[in-house]
Design a protein around this ligand. Sequence first.
Ligand SMILES: Nc1ncnc2c1ncn2[C@@H]1O[C@H](COP(=O)(O)OP(=O)(O)OP(=O)(O)O)[C@@H](O)[C@H]1O
Length: 319
Amino acid sequence: MASHFRSAEQQGSDGAEQPEAVVPEAAPQAEIADSNDSSASQSDPLEEVHVVTAAEPADPAEQPGFTSVFAPLADEDGPAVSRTGTPTVSFRNVTLIYPAQPNKPALDEVGLDIYPGEFVFIVGHSGSGKSSLLRLVTRELRATSGQVMVAGQDLTKMKNKKVPYLRRQIGTVYQDFKLLPDKTVYENVAFALECIGKPRSIIKAQVPEVLRLVGLGERMEHFPDQLSGGEQQRVSVARAMVNRPPLLVCDEPTGNLDPAISLGIMKLLDRINRAGTTVVMATHDREMVDSMRKRVIALEAGRVVRDQEKGGYGYYGAL
Ligand SMILES: Nc1ncnc2c1ncn2[C@@H]1O[C@H](COP(=O)(O)OP(=O)(O)OP(=O)(O)O)[C@@H](O)[C@H]1O
């Protein structure tokens, strides 16, 4: 599968590098809000392929040849992912040490490759390093040593000013949804596109489409506090996917949801993956991991202790 990523080097303008800072826990979604980013151009090849224009009929999904970020629901196994070409995510001897814990690496010499189209669960005890690993992928954090590559770009060397361009190619979904409470469902999703300078016509076409696809077509004018937890998580999935990112990073997306609702979210993420998006998900949800039979990477004390095709939640010590 070809990579849909664009090089951050091609996207940013040159200039003096900004001082490096550890980006706070806050939302990568908010990081999309790069108001100085004038290069959210319509000549973006990724977006030209996928964009739904206002001139199209009300339901583009009914048009011949329409391709969505969501594949049809399917019971059979998805297509095998060939692990060739440039990995979407590649870690080489990655160590991460938080200043507050200098003697205890959060990640310790981690090596892994995740290829385009894969669906990978990251599992492990609390504190094993799952969130830290994901935060390296989104460049919320920089590795202390080693190399983190995302779509061939070396994030350990990437200048801060290029990070927003990386982030707009990575959808993120979190346990706590991170919705803006004073914005409607529609506005929450539209905001992600507004922040990267999308024209209003594109926003008006694309936001209702993605909300219909997550089953919230009738809830667009509701506010987050009028929705159930599962519905709020659907909004955050819609927000993550509205710009068709090739990589979706999820940190405990079902952590606040009951099992039945979690299943619906997982089916949604599975459809997104089957439509070609690489999904990397940290989770404690044993039942979900066991039922999905996807690739499982297990961490223990910051080290990879298991990397298994069609794995189960398992026991972290087992190799
Ligand atoms: N900001 C921080 N400062 C110092 N240490 C941190 C920080 N964030 C995480 N850690 C430490 O890094 C290690 C890995 O934490 P991390 O949050 O990545 O684990 P996790 O597997 O995601 O845990 P959980 O399942 O509870 O979310 C832990 O020892 C944790 O205490």
